[in-house]
Design a protein around this ligand. Structure first.
Ligand code: UT7
Length: 324
């Protein structure tokens, strides 16, 4: 152990989009959205709230809490599937924006599991290079890749960013372990094309445009089963019981997914941090936003065992265990 989170931050766009606002855009209603997803509102980016702006703002707050200056950051990882540009990476935009002149920076795309993959990667960096400081960010502007005519998806997603600063400490705190998985064979159940990915002479298949497409019910079933299995495998590997967990901070996609997961894992809702009602599904940003809220609300005490789990496009999924 020793890869410790020493600061967290988050940033949400100003504009709140309610279920009633969505009633004016597609054929839906507040009651359906709340009962099927648990979502009441989500945040939508406007001018000056691009992915790297949200990411940089969350990063500054995390660095302030960690009492780390920009020139002390050695590595920046931005987990995103809605980068500001394909090139340069959003992480390079963040580096420039916050003035982290000594850092190298890259983006990591693992959809909704991006933050867990990034924390795992960051932890390995600080355990090998023990004097390094790593900034991990999950940031998304999903509203830019949402089909606002598709009621199956447009009600679900929101924008935002969360960040964490990691550093080595010679103690028993930090990332204990993680179990991360991918299954590319199921990609067609949840995907998002960007601009054409090959030259016009090569026929492109399955490209309906740069919007999220999802087989909702299929994804739902896979999400519950996969997260349950990942958590149980991780707990067994680390010899930890679900009763030992102080707080579970899951990816926030749908309250019904979370309730099914809690019931299968045998964990009480009081021990699960939930904010999906406020922000919807913010993909890679959802866990770090929730972590920062839990932290700033005073819900985390030194020595607490935190359990994270996620599921997203790819498919990608996993779980991580951390001693706060
Ligand atoms: O981040 C990880 C990836 N994403 C997820 O984890 C999301 C996983 N899936 C889900 O959360 C749920 O499947 C949804 C919320 C997307 C959908 O809920 P559902 O209970 O699976 O609904 P459904 O797709 O089976 O649709 C039920 C009915 C359908 O009507 P009929 O065929 O029964 O007449 C839909 O056309 O609800 C209809 N419907 C809507 N009605 C009002 C679908 N979307 C809406 C809507 N408003 N927005």
């Amino acid at each position: 152990m020793g890869a410790v989170i020493i600061g967290t931050g988050s940033c949400l766009p100003k504009r709140v989009l309610t279920n009633h606002d969505l009633e004016k855009i597609v054929e839906t209603n507040d009651e359906w959205i709340k009962s099927r997803t648990g979502i009441s509102t989500r945040r939508i980016s406007g001018e000056g709230e691009e992915t790297y702006h949200l990411a940089s703002s969350a990063a500054r707050k995390a660095m302030e809490m960690a009492e780390v200056t920009a020139d002390a950051i050695d590595l920046i990882i931005v987990a995103t599937m809605t980068p500001h540009m394909v090139m340069p990476s959003t992480a390079c935009f963040v580096q420039n924006e916050i003035g982290a002149n000594n850092a190298f920076a890259w983006d990591l795309n693992a959809a909704c599991s991006g933050f867990l993959y990034s924390i795992d990667t960051a932890a390995k960096h600080v355990l090998v290079d023990r004097d390094k400081t790593v900034l991990v960010i999950g940031a998304e502007t999903l509203s830019s890749r949402t089909n606002w005519k598709d009621r199956n998806t447009c009600i679900l997603f929101g924008d935002g960013a969360g960040a964490a600063v990691l550093r080595y400490q010679d103690n028993d705190r930090g990332l204990i372990g993680s179990k991360l998985y991918s299954d590319g064979s199921l990609w067609k159940l949840l995907y998002l094309h960007s601009s054409p990915s090959c030259n016009p002479e090569i026929e492109q298949v399955d490209n309906p445009g740069p919007h999220m497409l999802m087989a909702g019910q299929e994804v739902f079933k896979h999400a519950v089963k996969a997260m349950e299995k990942a958590v149980n495998e991780l707990l067994e590997k680390e010899n930890v019981s679900i009763d030992d967990i102080s707080l579970m901070i899951p990816h926030q996609a749908n309250i019904r997914i979370l309730k099914k997961l809690m019931s299968r894992l045998g964990i009480n809702q009081e021990k699960v941090f939930i904010n999906v009602h406020k922000y919807g599904n913010t993909s890679a940003a959802s866990i770090p936003i929730a972590l920062d809220e839990a932290n700033r609300e005073g819900k985390l005490k030194a020595g607490d065992l935190l359990l994270f789990c996620s599921f997203g496009g790819g498919f990608t999924w996993g779980a991580a265990l951390l001693k706060w």
